[in-house]
Design a protein around this ligand. Structure first.
Ligand code: NOJ
Length: 567
């Protein structure tokens, strides 16, 4: 049971955020790459959906080793995406519609082509040397420690110019910044202030819980290479740095902030996203994203189980209630498409299960995030060959496992089909014309061939589409405080097919019933807990009986019912 409910109201709790991956959203000039003018041309589509905030994945200047997450100039726009004037027009277009803009802040690392790093690598006594994490090799010439990077291989890169290694938790073109250096922190704060003064409304902070590393950068165990996460996830000074950032920058503006925090537990999240507002508004936690990974990590496939999803999501709901604030997401540009992963993307159930998942998520406590194309029920993709994929994470993993490690290529391709990030990055499917209306040129990544059936034009013409269902989910949030602020309670905890929960606020109780399976599922609830005759707020089946406290949910059925006790 929740201990207390803090219903301090904030606009960012009441908002719904929509994430745009600019490279794949809408191309306007035929170069095959999405751009800012393309986004501007789709603002009415987003406004009509009802979302409040746009989170824009990075649009800064970048050599695109990791599609913009490797930034070479924080205060310039990537040429392929347009100009600063285009960006200003985008901001104005959003603000004119009463919407807000959240930029991606990538400050655990820069690109190796950033001016700071170009200087830093020149000599050991360069003024920028300490902006990054340089160490000499071990006596035997090996890397300074045995950590592996998120993108396969050692997290260290040797640099001949000064005969030292630099740390890169991601690709070798993404050197980690040295947050121990107060000058680095001040540069970041100044840059953030510059964007806030230009009018941005907040930041999504890329892997922000990795910025503080254990002093001495110790190796882990005795293996040649090992996962060093305990030494950089939620590190010793991370809260100190975030409080400093908050004091010097965030507290001076009215912002929305979400920190990406792999490896964060609810206890950690309560510190990052505490309600006194001294650090961030919320974090992206990853526990539910790890439920279908085996001991070998992301590529080690195992089916997720409803019992685990229930335990994980419910834990985050109850532990943060009254203490911190949740973000709610089931996919983004790094994750497979949610309908393919947690729903059923076959023709019979795609629409039903996509609506089911949207209901499941939007009725929880927290700020919901929609990833582009989710509102259309876009699915994973299976490209015939490795060469059709773009993502460096996929290519590095394949090289390490197949080319160097001798693994079975078919098995590795299967893991790419299930988990690869390019599942999320295929271009937006706007219509059934050439390249799904994304570009008149050759798309940088192929369009999912199912665009002829799954596209925005078809969704907008169909009153029963997922798009309009999401529109209704968002509208309900705006008219029922209980959806935003109600406390959460898991019910039917041991049910093998149904995820059921309630929300409670004042004399209202919201009942959310979700069948996660392809089979009918029967249920029986305790009548005394639900006063009066309930009112159905939303459901994903066209024909429905009166709300009942016992009955059968059809395959992937979702129902939301509001009960109100008479005073
Ligand atoms: C997390 C981002 O979401 C991902 O796309 C990126 O590759 C890494 N951080 C490194 O910036």
């Amino acid at each position: 049971m929740p201990i207390m409910t803090d219903i301090r109201k904030s606009w960012w709790k009441e908002s719904v955020v929509y994430q745009i991956y600019p490279r794949s959203f809408q191309d306007s000039n035929g170069d095959g790459i999405g751009d800012i003018p393309g986004i501007i041309s789709r603002l009415d589509y987003l406004h009509n959906l009802g979302v409040d905030v746009i989170w824009l994945s990075p649009v800064y200047r970048s050599p695109n080793d990791d599609n913009g997450y490797d930034i070479s100039d924080y205060q310039a726009i990537m040429d392929e995406f347009g100009t600063m004037e285009d960006w200003e027009a985008l901001l104005k277009g959003l603000h004119d519609r009463g919407m807000k803009l959240m930029m991606d802040l990538v400050v655990n690392h820069t690109s190796d082509e950033h001016a700071w790093f170009v200087e830093s690598r020149k000599s050991k006594d360069n003024a920028y040397r300490d902006y990054y994490i340089w160490r000499p090799g071990k006596d035997d010439g090996r890397e300074p420690n045995n950590w592996v990077s998120f993108f396969s291989g050692s997290a260290w890169q040797y640099d001949e110019a000064t005969d030292e290694y630099f740390l890169h938790l991601f690709s070798k073109k993404q050197p980690d910044l040295n947050w121990e250096n107060p000058k680095v922190r001040q540069e970041v704060y100044d840059m953030m202030t510059w964007w806030l003064e230009k009018g941005v409304d907040g930041f999504r902070m890329d892997v922000i819980n990795l910025i503080s590393k254990t002093e001495g950068l110790p190796s882990v165990g005795n293996d040649r290479y090992a996962w060093g996460g305990d030494h950089f996830m939620n590190g010793p000074k991370v809260h100190e740095y975030l409080r400093e950032m908050n004091e010097r920058v965030l507290s001076k503006f009215d912002t929305i902030t979400v920190g990406e925090a792999p490896g964060a537990s609810p206890e950690e999240a309560i510190r990052y996203a505490n309600l006194d507002g001294s650090e961030l508004n919320m974090v992206f936690q990853f526990e539910h994203m790890d439920l279908d990974s085996g001991a070998g990590g992301k590529w080690d496939l195992r089916p997720w189980r409803l019992a685990d999803l229930k335990a994980t999501m419910s834990k985050w709901q109850t532990e943060l209630d009254g203490r911190a604030w949740n973000s709610l997401y089931l996919n983004n540009h790094d994750q497979p498409r949610m309908v393919s992963r947690f729903g059923n993307d076959t023709a019979a159930y795609r629409v039903l299960s996509a609506k089911m998942l949207g209901t499941f998520l939007h009725m929880m406590q927290g700020t919901p995030y929609i990833y582009q194309g989710e509102e259309l029920g876009m699915t994973n993709v299976r490209f015939a060959s490795l060469a059709d994929y773009n993502d460096l994470e996929i290519h590095n993993m394949y090289r390490e496992r197949v080319t160097e490690g001798g693994a079975d290529p078919a098995m590795v391709m299967e893991s790419i089909y299930v988990k690869g990030r390019d599942n999320a990055r295929t271009p937006m499917q706007w219509d059934d014309g050439e390249n799904a209306g994304f570009t008149t040129g050759r798309p940088w990544l192929q369009v999912n061939p199912n665009y002829t059936a799954i596209n925005a034009k078809a969704a907008l013409a169909d009153p029963d589409s997922i798009y309009y269902y999401y529109q209704e989910l968002i509208r309900l949030r705006k008219s029922h405080d209980i959806i935003v602020y109600g406390s959460f309670e898991l019910i039917l905890a041991d049910h093998e097919q149904i995820y059921a929960y309630t929300r409670k606020l004042g004399n209202e109780r919201l009942l959310v019933l979700i069948n996660f399976t392809e089979r009918d599922a029967s249920y029986e609830l305790e009548a005394s807990a639900f006063p009066g005759q309930g009112t159905r707020l939303i459901g994903n089946y066209e024909t429905v009986a009166e709300p009942a406290l016992s009955g059968v949910l059809r395959p992937y059925e979702a129902q939301v019912i509001l009960y109100r006790a008479e005073d």
